[in-house]
Design a protein around this ligand. Sequence first.
Ligand code: HEM
Length: 135
Amino acid sequence: MDSLRGLVSALHLSKEAEVLFTAIKSLEKIQRKVLGGLPEITLKEVAHHDEMNDCWVVIYDRVYNVTDFLRSHPGGEWTIMDYAGRDATIAFRGTGHSKDAIAMLNDYVIGELPETERIFRTDNPCAVLLTDIPE
Ligand code: HEM
């Protein structure tokens, strides 16, 4: 999907193509919900992806492959690379990202932590409570 988005902007395709792209993204979201959510990925697995050409981070218990986004990140590639293979939630939140940035996370999600490793999205009564984590 990321390459499709790249193609759309590289070719300066029409607004309709953008709308279609957004619709596909929404369908993917619905599909994820209907088919039972994201694949589980452990913190141990995430830790293997800590390089410039293979960079995963965890934000709000979800796993993101941001390899293709690093170079275009407005805050610079190294701000994310500092958290490559690790949890970046506090850094992401602490730098006051906009709603657009939060929505953008959906473009890169590849999985979520297993229940036992989650801090935010869990039924555990001791979990950190946040009202505005990305839905
Ligand atoms: C991994 C997913 C991330 C995405 C999708 C993302 C996205 C963005 C976006 C869209 C902006 C532009 C401003 C805004 O809309 O809020 C931004 C700015 C920024 N980001 Fe990130 N970001 C991510 C991770 C991080 C991390 C882990 C850090 C670590 C500290 C970080 C630090 C910053 C900083 C410092 C800016 C401000 C740049 C400036 O205004 O000069 N970001 N980010």
